[in-house]
Design a protein around this ligand. Sequence first.
Ligand code: ZN
Ligand code: FE
Ligand code: FE
Ligand code: ZN
Length: 267
Amino acid sequence: MIPIADYHMHTPLCGHAVGKPMEYAEAAMEAGLEEIGFADHAPFVHCEDPNITMSIKQLPEYYRMIEDVRKKYSNCLRVKIGIEADFVPGYEEKTSVILEDYPYDYVIGSVHFIKNWGFDNPEEFEKWNRKDVDQVYKDYYALLRQCAKTGMFDIMGHVDLVKKFGHRPQEDVTQEVVKTAQVFKECGIAVEINTSGLRKPVNEIYPSLSVLKIYADAGVPLTFGSDAHEPSDVGRDFDKALELACEAGYGEYVLFKNRKIERKVKI
Ligand code: ZN
Ligand code: FE
Ligand code: FE
Ligand code: ZN
């Protein structure tokens, strides 16, 4: 068995993904999925980088592209329109303008930056050498909480992305995760299992089992995403993702529509 929906798929508009959205849809059906959701990187609000996100001017093209996929596959695949937006403190206003531009089915909030450092960007990898890893983890979790509290997001993406290159804290950060899970629960935000970590140096799903257990115990709703940047990534390792969810204690996951939980699916 695999989860029926992949909610984290990109498009070539971000400048670093390949394949047409139609090809992602075809791959999804081949993988046995019933539902997909695109969540391409929202235009950056703090700078412009055509290799990381589309520009604000390209947003209408994004909507049109996905709406075309939705129409084409209307009798065989449910297609949701989401977006993955960065949380950058101080830019909430600019971010909310983008998020209010379209009736998204869900918005994934992601933390890829600590201050101005793109900690998961291979081009900024060398900055890790000058960092206190424990502090990076604490800063990261504080940002996740701050992100959730803005109320601008529905799902938090890859919630232990700091481990991407294999850096591990010396200190026990369990309490940071517990606090974060409580905030998600209070804010009514879901967490995703993101299988792309298996394709990264850390070679683990985001988040790790011990982390996911804390979210399950706190009663935080769950979604699944492959973070596909090419059609062959769609639904990738979803068998492992489902196994992880069960092991963590999840008995169900959720589907979104119009920025609300549409229904729950039993595992
Ligand atoms: Zn990307
Ligand atoms: Fe991301
Ligand atoms: Fe992504
Ligand atoms: Zn992502």
